[in-house]
Write a protein that binds this ligand. Sequence first.
Ligand SMILES: Cc1cc2nc3c(=O)[nH]c(=O)nc-3n(C[C@H](O)[C@H](O)[C@H](O)COP(=O)(O)OP(=O)(O)OC[C@H]3O[C@@H](n4cnc5c(N)ncnc54)[C@H](O)[C@@H]3O)c2cc1C
Length: 215
Amino acid sequence: METINVGVLVYGGGMSGMACAAFATEAGAKTLIAEKQTEIGGPSNYPAGMFWGPQTYDKLRYWVLPGDVILQKAWMKNYLSAVQWMRDNGVPTAKRFDGIMTIGTTWQSFELPKSQWVKGYRYRVSNQNSHLHDLHQNRIRSSHANALFTNTSVLRLIQKGPGVPGSTVIGAITCQVTPNSPSTYYEVQAELVVLATGGLPRFSRYYKVCRTRRR
Ligand SMILES: Cc1cc2nc3c(=O)[nH]c(=O)nc-3n(C[C@H](O)[C@H](O)[C@H](O)COP(=O)(O)OP(=O)(O)OC[C@H]3O[C@@H](n4cnc5c(N)ncnc54)[C@H](O)[C@@H]3O)c2cc1C
């Protein structure tokens, strides 16, 4: 098994993982992203492209009372500047308005030829998150030291003290699947391991519906 040494291993190439890897790269870290799907982006390839973002902290608490207070405050404090960062970097964004989905990347819908309708569903909705992912990918690929592996699952985390609760994670065993070839296993050793695997893949039935609709 080949060993790869990096500064930052990001496990999951969805919205959070891509952003994290892009900023780690910019800060000078040698970064590797392992994404188990064929495409990066995860479920963020399917949404309407608007942030679920209330106008005030009180509204956020009203709607998401069980949410983590520290995270909610951090999110309210930072999300407008994050949107401004996207605008400054050419990602198309909508104007802010008062509603549950308040702002974000814009979306377009296309009418499909009849032969491509799925169960009478005649539109393909394409959100503009791809601009954001392209931006992150370009930053990650701007250095040859970095790598973005798709079709690659993290199978097992490696701890400094194997099996010791709370022991630091120092890497992972990953498996890259290539059609018609044997799978390739890597031991990735990293100074920092970021788990950005989201929560949705647990709801695989829902995810499958989203994929079908997109075609
Ligand atoms: C249909 C739909 C509509 C939505 N609409 C909106 C909306 O309009 N506004 C909004 O704010 N949010 C919306 N969301 C939610 C939003 O998409 C998610 O909150 C966001 O994508 C979460 O990002 P994430 O990076 O944390 O996780 P994810 O996007 O789930 O990314 C996790 C990634 O990790 C990968 N992964 C998992 N396990 C492994 C492993 N073992 N090894 C390697 N990779 C792994 C997954 O394949 C995935 O790509 C919507 C979601 C869906 C499905």
